[in-house]
Design a binder for this molecule. Structure first.
Ligand code: BJW
Length: 233
């Protein structure tokens, strides 16, 4: 096995589940309560913007009441203490990695806490509601939408992610179902470059068979254990 210097971590909704944030595809998850086509596509937004803005206003308000859990804290500790390269690629639109103290974080599906103006393309930090069509602080247009990536839209910073995967010695996937591309394909991309791969998830995911090693259990237990192993050498 090659020496481990560069680590790429992919996180999904499962890492925030124990902080009280709903996942998408688990029993009782967001997609049981809402139709994906209605709330997570540009077409749904064009059809019924009020429905979509209310859905995101509710979630934006909720995440601000949640706290990072031991899994976020362990990754923040890894970020602080790991001397090699590290990139935490999160599909999550919450800010719990950052609030736990992690700095090397990339939000490939955007963030709840930004507004994106479709008139002038500005991104502005945003914690309040959008349902009343507030003006863009940059250009004044009432054209704000949540700065999140919907189905059919291109995830953010894909070049940076591919480049990190090419240079990685280890790829670790935490709390994601492996149902959504391109993130679901990162493990195969890593395998093609002979990168060691590890999955930490509550249960078998759609992508489990691609990983060299899979461990099953809650992220709040598995992630601190794995970080201890890595930092302990
Ligand atoms: C725990 C736990 C605990 C629970 N501890 N674990 C056919 C084939 C291949 C691809 C496609 C296709 N048709 C269409 C596509 C592309 C499409 C896609 O993948 N569709 C699939 C449904 C098949 N992808 C896209 O459109 C993407 N863009 C794209 O491909 O661009 C290229 C392109 C563009 C234009 C033209 C041509 C090409 C964009 C995807 C955007 C996804 N957006 C969302 C919403 C973001 C905003 C929001 O939050 O509302 O992102 S959907 C939703 O799913 C969200 C998540 O980030 C994403 C992934 O979900 P995640 O994180 O995996 O959550 P869950 O709930 O699925 O899983 C949770 C897991 O945690 C479970 O496994 C649990 O067991 C586990 N767990 N508790 C540890 N305590």
């Amino acid at each position: 096995m090659r020496e481990m210097r560069n680590i790429v971590i992919l996180t999904g909704a499962g890492i925030s589940a124990e902080s009280g944030i709903d996942t998408f595809r688990d029993a009782g998850g967001l997609w049981e309560q809402h139709r994906v086509e209605d709330v997570a596509t540009p077409e749904g937004f064009a059809r019924d913007p009020d429905l979509v803005l209310r859905f995101y206003d509710m979630r934006r308000e909720a995440i601000q009441t949640k706290q990072p859990n031991p899994a976020h804290e362990a990754l923040a500790r890894l970020d602080r203490d790991w001397g090699g390269e590290l990139l935490i690629v999160t599909q999550n639109v919450d800010d719990l990695h950052e609030r736990a103290g992690a700095g090397r974080v990339l939000h490939m599906h955007g963030t709840h806490l930004n507004a994106w103006c479709t008139a002038c393309d500005a991104r502005t930090p945003w914690t309040g509601p959008m349902i009343d069509r507030p003006s863009c602080p940059e250009c004044g247009a009432r054209s704000l939408r949540p700065d999140v990536v919907w189905f059919g839209e291109m995830p953010y910073e894909m070049d940076r992610i591919h480049s990190a995967l090419r240079q990685a010695d280890m790829f670790v996937s935490i709390g994601t179902s492996g149902a959504v591309y391109p993130a679901a394909g990162f493990v195969q991309e890593a395998r093609a470059m002979r990168v060691r791969t590890l999955e930490l998830n509550l249960e078998a995911s759609q992508g489990s068979r691609w990983f060299h090693e899979t461990r099953q259990g809650p992220a709040s237990q598995l992630v601190p254990q794995w970080v201890d192993e890595v930092l302990g050498g």
